[in-house]
Design a protein around this ligand. Structure first.
Ligand code: Z5A
Length: 226
């Protein structure tokens, strides 16, 4: 458990990771609502994006008509340009005020997608990440793990209710997403204290409770029940 002094001085930084359709956005909202209800000033952010500049970069990365030719290196730098802005514009100021920051994806996504997925050299990926974040690192990362078939099924059911919007990153082949999932396994193995793997194949409430059990351990003394 982090001590109360750490929390007041540094805030608390929680990130969510996982493949698409693993339920990150759903659980980010539920966690933030719970923390907010308990009286914690909580800021929810997402990557890529989260700032006005970052949201423009997000559009370029995902939906721009002209992004077909984007190279893996350009993708790496754009993800981290968005991140560098988010860290300095919102994350550091919020943490300095002792707030809880909950971010939907952070630099582990770059290691998993641009490092393992796009197969860029991991030391180079790390150098770029280090430049973007400096010493701003998550206290806790929740890695939501689902099988590829669960992920595909959830995305299919969501797509059936929404108008189609092209997404360049989702157009990658299945091998790419398998490499991403493998990358997340390696990340969790390398930092088991920070990165907590959550079985996210169950229903929303079961996953919410598993997440809360992890979050509870790093909150300062409180009497909340799951
Ligand atoms: N990316 C990168 O390459 N490098 C980087 O450094 C960063 C990102 C930061 C961002 O896409 C893309 O950028 C992403 C990685 C890359 N690319 N891909 N592909 P995004 O922000 O648009 O989307 P996403 O992060 O991949 O997440 P998502 O597709 O929106 O899914 P999700 O947030 O994990 O899941 P969800 O929206 O909460 O749930 C999906 C559906 O399942 C929805 O209909 C829910 O109601 C349902 N759901 C959720 N939980 C459950 C449970 N437990 N049971 C049943 N159904 C559920």
């Amino acid at each position: 458990m982090l001590d109360v002094f750490h929390f007041i001085m540094k805030g608390l930084f929680i990130t969510f990771e996982g493949t698409e359709g693993s339920g990150k956005s759903t659980q980010v909202s539920l966690l933030a609502g719970r923390l907010y209800g308990l009286g914690y000033t909580t800021r929810v952010l997402r990557e890529p994006g989260g700032t006005p500049i970052g949201e423009e970069i997000r559009h370029t990365l995902k939906h721009s008509q002209a992004n077909d030719a984007m190279t893996a290196e350009a993708e790496l730098l754009l993800m981290n340009a968005s991140r560098a802005q988010l860290v300095r514009e919102f994350i550091r100021p919020a943490l300095a005020k002792g707030e809880i920051v909950v971010c939907d994806r952070f630099y582990d996504s770059t290691t998993a997608y641009q490092g393992y997925g796009r197969e860029l050299e991991l030391p180079m990926v790390k150098t770029v990440i280090d430049l973007a974040v400096g010493d701003t690192r998550p206290d806790l990362t929740l890695l939501l793990a689902v099988t590829p078939s669960v992920s595909e099924e959830r995305l299919r059911s969501r797509q059936s209710t929404l108008p189609f919007i092209r997404d360049r990153i989702e157009e990658a082949d299945r091998e790419f997403f398998e490499r991403v999932a493998h990358g997340y396994e390696k990340i969790a193995e390398a930092e088991p204290q920070r990165v907590r793997k959550i079985d996210a194949t169950g229903d929303v409430e079961t996953v919410r409770q598993a997440i809360w059990r992890e979050v509870e351990t790093i909150l300062p003394t409180m009497n909340a029940k799951a």
